[in-house]
Ligand binder design. Structure first.
Ligand SMILES: [Zn+2]
Length: 122
């Protein structure tokens, strides 16, 4: 006997803060992977206010539309990069880069805490 059933799935989406485009985890949809996440705490003297948290999720289309004429795009091979970033600017990431940065920061924080705990114990 054949029957049908309705499945409800819940998935996390990221919504572009400018155009409201939904960027989902669907593997065929590259929008989520290509979004730019901005997450930083403003420093002393920042136009955003000292210590304030600044965040945005911007789809690739809005990034191109708003900043396209200011972006320097260098042809390169992602699997065999020949070009490096011109400096250590590091406050805007695409999602896959952000996860790596957050994991690294988390690792370093835990490592520092473990070292401090070991030093206090000795
Ligand atoms: Zn957008």
């Amino acid at each position: 006997m054949r029957q049908t059933r309705t499945k409800t799935i819940q998935e996390e989406l990221v919504v572009c803060d400018r155009c409201r485009r939904e960027m989902g985890p669907d593997a065929k949809d590259f929008e989520l992977q290509e979004r730019t996440a901005i997450r930083f705490r403003a420093g002393y003297g920042s136009v955003f206010g000292d210590g304030n948290l600044v965040e945005a999720d911007i789809c690739q289309h809005c990034l191109q539309e708003v900043f396209g004429k200011y972006l320097r795009i260098t042809e390169d091979d992602g699997f065999d990069p020949q070009h490096k970033f011109s400096d250590e600017a590091s406050r805007a990431y695409q999602e896959y880069q952000l996860q790596q940065v957050l994991a690294t920061e988390n690792f370093l924080r835990n490592f520092r805490e473990a070292v401090q705990a070991k030093q206090q114990k000795d």
